[in-house]
Each structure stands twice: as structure tokens, then as C-alpha cells.
Design a binder for this molecule. Structure first.
Ligand code: ADP
Length: 610
């Protein structure tokens, strides 16, 4: 590889990289934009869902929050002072709390009561059948057994560690499932997913501060009631939702009624509650197809949902996709956090276009630069060959001229005897002949190159006539080198269209090459054969020399091409002979070809029959 080619290669590589890198960056940015768009729409969907869930649950919880403290008794005083059943006294009260175990109230003494069970002293007023009473007592005792441990320890909110403290036993086998949200590993590709959550968390603090809502709860609307009953001034703390055990949640609030502190609230089963407020909404949304939703309460994972139904067990590293949204629900449900995690972010229709554009760009760039490189290399090669050609032509002219002048001087001075004279005259004749052929070739080439000069007219000649045109001229060539030329005419007297001078030049070039390159061969002979076949007349020149290396067969017809070998270094030449042959034969509407024979090479000129 020459210096120039190396430089070209470096520049091409540089250009390629210089174009490739920015293009790759562009494509990468495009893909990122698409990903962001996709994230954004999923994120918006998730926000909408969180909003809906928050509103829905918020409404229910707010209604419970607003519930009169007195509703937690079996009897309440109606407007017209009659005792009547509290709205919570029904076994299935009209509240939107699926999975409800029951409402409860714990008084300062730690007694747990429930509005479904009438106090013993009022039992006969309740007008309940024995069967119904038994049902209510059963529900009450179930509720008590759930609430009692929490009530005893004055902890209604069972923290994460509740299981260890014996409030509830975790179901064995679930130990592998991470219990807290913080243990889960999310892939936060877009800050928005979390910043949003933090912002919301700030706006709506986890703990609704002791911003007590003094509520004047009018136990009954009308006046005229005995003091102390007519208007019970109650102060009610916000309702707090927490986990009671593996299967239940507890919502509780503290109320201050006439100096007494009571705890009121309800117990609800997690499964139906999550189903109603979270899973139903989520699974109906298109987001469920690509994402999962995690519901957590006070950082404890309550449930993980996706549209692959069976898989409920998960591990901390299951959430490898992209975090869409982590958000806290607004108060009063602000203990609850929702996390939406996309398993995949579909890039949409734009991705296909981008891929094709990127592929086309890449292909264009690669092919373009490669073609540029090839062109440049060809140019460099040609320039080099041209240089070599000028050097070769000068050399080809100078050497014989020097010799001719030397012999001329010897002859003029009369220093040579008769025998020597003969050799010198021969030499001068042959070299002059060769020089004029060379000059003719160069001129001819220039004409061919420019496409200028009057075309020699084509005439019809028989193969026999063509052979005799050549025989004398080639005989002198061959004799000088001690070669034999055999002429074989198998053309059956066919005739072809040729330009006579061009024809002679073509054949002499081939014969000259044959002699030149097989000078050291064992058989110093050439065979010129004319054959008549279906496609026309083929005239071939075969030598018995070394032949042509396979790799060079295709290139020897190129202008200025000289095979790099010992042989060519030893022989004279300019590399224009064969390209001239090709050009001239083409002008006669023919073609030229070469094949290796063993031994030697065979050049065939094919001409159309006249
Ligand atoms: P030149 O003869 O001036 O080198 P040509 O165009 O006639 O240029 O030939 C090109 C090359 O083809 C030669 O340098 C040589 O390597 C190869 N070549 C041509 N004819 C023969 C042949 N008869 N035998 C072997 N090699 C040949």
C-alpha cells in the first residue's frame, strides 16, 4: 500500500466516523424521544388512574370520617327523640366497603363494642330474633378477636413488625416476598416518575397533623332536648388506615365526646377491598397490558397486580422495567402509595420509521464512503501508473536511441568489418521498427483516449489475407529472438470486417508480448490459429511461456497495468499494449480474451463474420 492510499484510507475512516458518530447520536436521541413520549403517555395514564382511585377511595373514607360519633352505637336518637337503630347497626350497612368485617368502638376502659350488637341492657328493645341476635353476636366476637390485641396494646395501627409481636402470624412460605415498598428495586429512567411522587408527598404529608377537626356533631338536628344530649360537642381526629394483620386493614379515629376518649373505626379484609378500589380500575385500563400496579400501605406492600393473573408472588428484583409513577393518594387515604411499573415501554409506530431511517442512513454512509474510497484509490493508482508510464516510455525511447547512435557512429567511422556491418544494420533496423511501433502505439492510444481522429474505415478481408498482412512483419520480430511462428487457418475461408492498420497493430502487439514474455521458455514458438465458430471468427495467439498469474488475468487489459513480477521487471514495456489491443478490437466490433494454457497463455481476438 502506498503512502497516498494509506492517507486516503485514514481520511475516509475519519470522514466515516465523523459522519457516523453524529448520525448515531441523532438516532439515539430520536429513540430516546420516542421512549420519553411513550413513558409520558403511560405516566399520564397512571396519573389518571391514581387520581380516579384516590377520588373514589377518598370519597368513601371521607364519608366515614364525617360519620357522626354516635353512629357507632346500636341506638341513636332520632330527630323526634325516639331511639332508633344506627345506620351502622345493620349486619350489612349501606357503606361502600367490600370485605367489611365490622365497625367497632373502644371506650376508655378498653371495652370493645360494635354497632351491630345491642348493649345487653337494651337487648329487649332491639326486637331481634334469637337467630339474628346470634348472628350479630358471632360477628361481634369475630371483630373483637381481631381488634382486641391492637386495643390492648393501644396500637390500632399494627406496624410492619406486627407479625413478630404476635398480633398475627405470617402465612408460611410467603417469607420470600418482600414486605415493604422500599425493598423493591425499580428502574427510574425518567425522574418525573418519582419527583412527582415526592412533590405529592410533600403537598400531602403522610400524617395528617394534629390539625383536629372540631366538629360540632349534632346528634339530633332539632332543639328542645335535655342538656348534654341535645348537643354533644365532639372532637374527632382524622381517620387513619393501617394494617391489622395479613388479611385485614383497620381504619380508626379517636373521638373526644364530653371528655371521654373513644376509638372508633372498622376492620376490612384486604383482598376484596383491594379488588374493589384498586384492581378493578387498574385491570380495566390499557396500562394493565404493559405494567403492574403495586398497592402499599404505610410502605407495606398490600398487593401487586398485572394482567397476568396467576402470578401473585414476586421478588424484589421483579420490577426491572421502567418506573412510571410512584404516588401517594390524597388524604384521607394518604397512607396508601401506588406504584406503577412498566414492564416494557412500547415505542409505537415511530420506532419502525426511525429504525428504517437509521438503517438506510447507515447503509448509505457505509456504501458512500466505501465507493469514495475505491474511487480515490483508483485515482491514486492511475496517477502512479501514469507516472510509471512516462518513465517507461522515456526509458523505452532512450535505450534504443543510444544504441542506434552508437552503431551509427561506428558505421560512419568505418570501424566495422563487413560481417559486423550486417549485424549493426539489422540492429538499427529492428530497433527503429520497434521505436516506430511504440510511437504509433502512444499516438494511437492518445487518439483512442480522446475519441478523436478519423476512424480507419472497416474493410472486408478473408482470414488468409489477414495472415499474409502479418506474416512478413512478425517473421522479422520472431527471427530476431529465435522464435518460430506456426500459422493455422481453420476458418474455411471466412471473412471479417477489419480496419487493416489497427488489425496489424493488434496482432503485432500480441505476438510481441508472446515473444517478450516467453523468451526464456523451453519451446520458443508461437501458434496463431484462426477458427470459425457459431459466434464469429476467433484468431488466437498462443505462446509456451510462463502464462499469467490468475489474480492478474482480469487486470492486464487495464491501461498502464504491468504485472508486478520478476518477468515484467526484466522485460521492457509501458503497460499500454493490451489496453490498446482492447480498444482497437472494440472499434472493430470484436472482443479480446485471455486464458492460461499449460504451458503458456492464449490471447483470442473474436471478430464478427462479415
Ligand atoms: P507491456 O507489455 O508493456 O508490459 P501490456 O499491456 O502489453 O504491457 O501487457 C500488460 C501485462 O500483461 C504485462 O506486463 C505482462 O505482465 C502481462 N502479459 C501480457 N502478455 C503476456 C504473455 N504473453 N505472457 C505473460 N504475461 C503477459
Amino acid at each position: 500500500m502506498t503512502d497516498a492510499t494509506r492517507r486516503l484510507r485514514r481520511w475516509c475512516a475519519l470522514l466515516y466516523l465523523g459522519l457516523l458518530v453524529p448520525s448515531a447520536v441523532l438516532v439515539w436521541q430520536g429513540a430516546n424521544n420516542l421512549r420519553y413520549q411513550s413513558f409520558h403517555s403511560a405516566h399520564a395514564l397512571a396519573e389518571g388512574l391514581a387520581q380516579r382511585i384516590g377520588d373514589d377511595l377518598g370519597r368513601t373514607l371521607a364519608a366515614e370520617q364525617a360519620r357522626a360519633a354516635t353512629d357507632y352505637e346500636f341506638f341513636v336518637l332520632s330527630g323526634d327523640q325516639y331511639l332508633q337503630r344506627s345506620p351502622l347497626a345493620d349486619l350489612a350497612p349501606a357503606v361502600d366497603l367490600p370485605g367489611l368485617v365490622g365497625f367497632f368502638q373502644v371506650d376508655a376502659a378498653g371495652r370493645i363494642s360494635t354497632p351491630v350488637e345491642p348493649p345487653a341492657r337494651q337487648a329487649e328493645n332491639a326486637a331481634l330474633s334469637a337467630r339474628e341476635l346470634a348472628d350479630r353476636q358471632a360477628q361481634a366476637s369475630r371483630l373483637r378477636s381481631l381488634v382486641a390485641p391492637a386495643a390492648e396494646s393501644k396500637r390500632y395501627a399494627a406496624p410492619v413488625t406486627s407479625a413478630k409481636e404476635g398480633v398475627s402470624e405470617p402465612v408460611s412460605g410467603e417469607a420470600a416476598t418482600p414486605a415493604t415498598l422500599d425493598e423493591l428495586q425499580f428502574n427510574v429512567a425518567f425522574d418525573e416518575a418519582v419527583v412527582q411522587a415526592e412533590e405529592r408527598a410533600e403537598q400531602r404529608p403522610v400524617k395528617q397533623q394534629a390539625r383536629r377537626l372540631p366538629q360540632d356533631v349534632q346528634a339530633s338536628s332539632a332543639g328542645g332536648l335535655p342538656p348534654g344530649i341535645a348537643s354533644i360537642v365532639a372532637e374527632i381526629d382524622p381517620m387513619i388506615l393501617s394494617r391489622l394483620d395479613d388479611a385485614h386493614l383497620i381504619a380508626h379515629r379517636r373521638v373526644y365526646i364530653d371528655g371521654q376518649i373513644k376509638v372508633q373505626g372498622f376492620v376490612i379484609a384486604i383482598e376484596p377491598f383491594v379488588e374493589r378500589y384498586f384492581a378493578d380500575v387498574f385491570l380495566k385500563s390499557p396500562l394493565a397490558k404493559t405494567s403492574e400496579m403495586i398497592v402499599a400501605l404505610n410502605n407495606e406492600v398490600l398487593d401487586v397486580r398485572s394482567d397476568t393473573p396467576s402470578e401473585r408472588a414476586y421478588s424484589a428484583s421483579d420490577f426491572a422495567g421502567t418506573l412510571l409513577l410512584r404516588t401517594r393518594l390524597p388524604a384521607p387515604a394518604n397512607g396508601i402509595e401506588l406504584v406503577f411499573n412498566a414492564r416494557e415501554l412500547p415505542l409505537g409506530a415511530g420506532a419502525g420509521t426511525l429504525m428504517w431511517t437509521a438503517a438506510a442512513l447507515f447503509l448509505l454512509l457505509t456504501v458512500g464512503i466505501y465507493v469514495l474510497y475505491r474511487l480515490g484509490r483508483r485515482h491514486i493508482l492511475l496517477a502512479g501508473q501514469q507516472r510509471d508510464f512516462v518513465a517507461a516510455v522515456s526509458h523505452e525511447l532512450k535505450t534504443p536511441l543510444t544504441a542506434i547512435r552508437m552503431y551509427g557512429e561506428i558505421l560512419r567511422a568505418g570501424w566495422a568489418d563487413e560481417e559486423k556491418k550486417r549485424t549493426y544494420y539489422d540492429f538499427i533496423y529492428h530497433e527503429a521498427e520497434r521505436l516506430s511501433r511504440l510511437v504509433a502505439s502512444v499516438l494511437q492510444l492518445a487518439r483512442l483516449e480522446n475519441g478523436s481522429g478519423a476512424d480507419e474505415p472497416l474493410v472486408e478481408r478473408r482470414v488468409g489475407e489477414l495472415f499474409s498482412l502479418l506474416q512478413e512483419k512478425s517473421a522479422t520480430l520472431a527471427e530476431a529472438e529465435g522464435f518460430d511462428i506456426t500459422w493455422v487457418d481453420e476458418s474455411d475461408g471466412a471473412s471479417v470486417q477489419v480496419a487493416e492498420d489497427a488489425w496489424v497493430q493488434v496482432m503485432l502487439n500480441l505476438i510481441d508480448n508472446g515473444i517478450k514474455f516467453s523468451r526464456d521458455a523451453e519451446q520458443k514458438r508461437l501458434t496463431v490459429t484462426a477458427r470459425n465458430d457459431a459466434s464469429g471468427v476467433t484468431i488466437s495467439v498462443r505462446d509456451y511461456g510462463p502464462g499469467i498469474p490468475k489474480a492478474q488475468l482480469k487486470r492486464i487489459f487495464e491501461m498502464f497495468y504491468r504485472a508486478e513480477s520478476e518477468l515484467t521487471r526484466e522485460t521492457r514495456g509501458t503497460g499500454i499494449g493490451l489496453s490498446l489491443v482492447k480498444g482497437l478490437v472494440a472499434r472493430m466490433n470484436g472482443s479480446v480474451d485471455v486464458a492460461n494454457r499449460s504451458p503458456g497463455a492464449e490471447f483470442s481476438v473474436r471478430l464478427p463474420r462479415a
